[in-house]
Design a protein around this ligand. Structure first.
Ligand code: BGC
Length: 765
């Protein structure tokens, strides 16, 4: 007989744990805000919940805020985003502080997504480092740079779980896995917010996009999501909750519809789950015009939908100005009361208070100095650690210094495209390093040519800012590239996506190399030279042909400011690649969705057998699995052990890893657990731990893990989080497929009795 244990939901515990100082500070804040609000008119309160945009160049929707300056002076704006210079911010803040009746300071927001002036690799790339300390340091450095130019609030981290590489915004995510995604979410929140929000070098995080934005149908942006609650809790909500538990000050609602109610007006999500269940006490903000877009969803007029969103728990309206524009109407018709507006207004004032803006509205506008040199080395470290070596036949890599190289491809001599999506403030892109200049540090024997346009699809070219005509005649480009290849020892082909091919509103149905690039690659391979494909990309791509024909594949993603140096360091062996994929690479688009933690069916797949799950025209496994990545070393795994430890109530597991090569290596040891005998169907395995270890040549290490028993649990269809006794598969390995496994039995009656009971607190919808 199996027994069930119910695990407490500890989400609201942070309230209880407040110390005396925090309480005093809370009381001071409350009386300050009580006093301020007692002086505010209802228009001024509606103003505080209104966020407007400033610089047209950074619009991510079709609407643009108008009359911003006069509205600020009238006290009708709470915050502004996309103000790109410190001078403009000072002028705007002066308007609020000196001209508006109550002088309430504005909050300045911006999408500081992967760096501010110094651009790190895109988030998907950075997640491939599996290096939480590095990720926290990059967030902290971004906060330092951005706050030095007046940014109080970043619209980051994006913690959406993503399993469809057709969606362009996978570039902004940390990949497909809830466990890794949660750890990264925590690291980023801590990095941005630092010790205290009123530290001038920190900024407030905004967790986005709440919720399930990554699960839109067909990989189309902004598309609907219809998902079981059970799946949400198990797989999609954990990273948002982790970010909230880490203290994120704000949460952004997503554009998408969630089971019939758009997230921006979804009371169950914004109030019941976020506040009642998770204890979130910051403020919520809509996405760009997502309040106004509720009218497109068919939910009513702007007045109606704005009132509905506010009542659902949406505090701040980004760009739509719905409540502000319709205040009288909403009050007259009883759509809203002053008390409804008070709740949202107070939360925004609290955020400003915590950010130290009432004490000093110019706190982040003093131009504090930033050590850019230090951040340049951080950018190099981040880029090196994000690169994933996908293939390396007959050790073609690393290359000899001074090798005769043909460097070919439309992305081989660009600095800008290496920055990827959301690099708007990257004034320092000019200081970026192209792959060509990175490689020139290692060899003077370099022939360089573009070889092909990024695409020869005119429609796509227009969308991604490529001028096909200017690229030159395709046949001559290819013959020039082929001659260069023939004259060299090795070909480095830098191909893939430019910065605009992924990111927001960049969904694609074809995620292979563009045909123009593929033709070039085929011609290069036909020369018989070793071809090393260096891929720039914001999403997993389909690379079956490339995997078969290229000698090596180096996935560099959009590696940021120091990308060219990092790629060259990997190619020439100065850095031993250590990145591991955080999103599965499908063989073709037809396999999507494909992710490592799928469940078995009643007819598990056995390749090429009829009446089994899967496809008859394609292998069932992906091209490259989650967690995969090579290095220039050989690391052996042995002596895997696992057992349940009743004293610590955890699964203790260990494995011996040995670097059998002559090169030092950094290895990401991954631990997966599968519930072998559950009362519901469960994934075959789920990541439950990982450790990065450094191994000198010939060195062996025993790597230990301790997984608390609560991690063995799952959400039942009735939305109880339970841990069942029984048998568990524990596996450890270098990726999600190559694992050494052992079986562990959890039958700890004593522990069961001691585990406190908790239940799902609210009724959905
Ligand atoms: C995006 C958000 C972003 C916002 C503000 C929206 O279009 O979805 O991620 O934070 O614009 O720029």
């Amino acid at each position: 007989m199996r027994k069930l244990a119910l695990i407490a939901l500890l989400s609201a515990a942070s309230f209880i744990l407040l110390g005396a100082d925090d309480r005093n500070c809370g009381q001071q804040m409350d009386s300050f805000i009580d006093d301020l609000m007692s002086k505010m008119t209802i228009e001024e309160k509606a103003g505080q919940i209104t966020l407007v945009t400033y610089d047209r160049r950074f619009m991510t929707g079709e609407a643009q805020s108008a009359g911003v300056a006069s509205k600020i002076a009238e006290g009708k704006i709470g915050g502004v985003f996309n103000v790109m210079t410190i001078e403009d911010k000072i002028d705007i803040q002066k308007l609020a502080v000196e001209k508006s009746r109550l002088g309430i300071p504005l909050i300045f927001g911006l999408d500081v997504v992967h760096g501010y002036r110094t651009i790190w690799p895109i988030p998907l790339a950075l997640s491939c480092s599996w290096d939480l300390d590095l990720i926290e340091r990059t967030a902290c450095a971004a906060a330092d740079e951005a706050s030095s130019e007046g940014v109080d609030w970043t619209f980051s981290p994006m913690v959406d779980i993503v399993r469809d590489p057709r969606w362009g915004r996978v570039a902004e995510s940390s990949g497909e896995d809830p466990y890794l995604g949660s750890r990264i979410a925590e690291a980023m929140v801590c990095g941005y917010q630092g010790e205290s929000l009123d530290d001038p070098q920190s900024m407030m995080a905004c967790v986005k996009h709440f919720a399930l934005y990554g699960a839109g149908e067909g990989g189309r942006d902004y598309d609907m999501v219809d998902m079981s609650l059970n799946r949400m809790y198990q797989e999609y909500l954990p990273p948002y909750k982790a970010a909230v538990d880490a203290g994120a000050g704000s949460v952004m609602s997503s554009f998408n519809d969630v089971n019939g109610v758009p997230a921006t007006a979804n009371k169950w999500l914004l109030t019941d789950v976020l506040r009642a269940e998770w204890g979130f006490d910051g403020f919520t903000v809509s996405d760009y015009t997502s309040v106004g877009e509720l009218t497109e969803h068919g939910l009513g007029t702007l007045a109606e939908v704005s009132a509905r969103a506010l009542k659902a728990g949406l505090d701040m309206d980004m760009v739509s100005e719905g409540v502000l524009k319709n205040l009288d109407y909403c009050l007259e018709k009883g759509l809203l009361t002053e008390a409804d507006i008070d709740v949202a207004c107070r939360r925004i004032l609290e955020a400003k208070y915590k950010l130290g803006l009432f004490e000093n509205p110019y706190l982040r506008l003093g131009g504090q100095p930033v050590d850019r040199e230090k951040y340049r080395s951080l950018a190099l470290e981040a880029a090196r650690k994000s690169i994933v070596l996908l293939k390396n036949d007959h050790n073609v890599l690393p290359l000899e210094k001074d090798a005769k190289v043909a460097l070919i491809g439309p992305l081989s001599d660009t600095r800008w495209e290496l920055m990827g999506t959301w690099a708007g403030a990257a004034a320092m892109a000019d200081e970026g390093v192209s792959i060509k200049s990175g490689i020139s540090r290692y060899t003077s024997s370099l022939i360089h040519t573009a070889g092909a346009p990024i695409t020869d699809n005119p429609g796509l070219a227009r969308m991604i800012g490529v001028n096909i005509e200017r690229s030159g005649d395709p046949d001559s480009l290819i013959s020039e590239a082929v001659s260069a290849a023939r004259e060299s020892d090795v070909v480095i082909a830098v191909l893939g996506e430019n910065a605009k091919m992924s990111g927001e509103s960049s969904s694609m149905t074809w995620i292979g190399l563009q045909p123009a690039q593929r033709r070039l690659l085929e011609a290069l391979v036909a020369t018989g030279k070793d071809v090393v494909l260096v891929l720039l990309n914001g999403r997993p791509m389909t690379l079956e042909w490339e995997n078969e024909h290229c000698a090596a594949i180096v996935d560099a993603w959009a590696p940021g400011l120091q990308g060219g140096n990092a790629v060259a360091d990997v190619l020439f062996g100065e850095y031993n690649p250590s990145g591991r994929l955080t999103m599965t690479f499908p063989r073709n688009v037809g396999q999507i969705p494909i992710y490592y933690s799928m469940k078995s069916t009643g007819r598990p797949h056995i390749p090429f057998r009829k009446y089994r799950t899967g496809y008859i025209d394609c292998p069932q496994d992906p091209l490259y699995p989650f967690g995969y990545g090579l290095s220039y070393s050989q690391v052996d795994y042995s002596d895997m052990k696992a057992e349940y430890d009743p004293v610590s109530r955890s699964v203790k597991a260990s494995v011996k890893v040995t670097n059998t090569s002559a090169r030092a290596v950094e290895e990401t040891v991954q631990l997966y657990i599968g519930d072998a005998t559950a009362s519901v169907t469960r994934p075959e395995k789920e990541l439950k731990g990982f450790r990065k270890v450094k191994l000198a040549p010939g060195e062996s290490l025993v790597v230990d893990f301790s997984v608390p028993v609560s991690e063995l649990g799952f959400w039942t269809p009735e939305l109880e989080y339970i841990v069942e006794t029984g048998e568990f598969m524990v596996g450890i390995g270098p990726d999600s497929e190559r694992i050494l496994s052992s079986s562990v039995v959890y039958e700890d009656v004593q522990a069961l009795e001691a585990i406190p009971v908790g239940l799902f607190l609210c009724t959905p919808y």
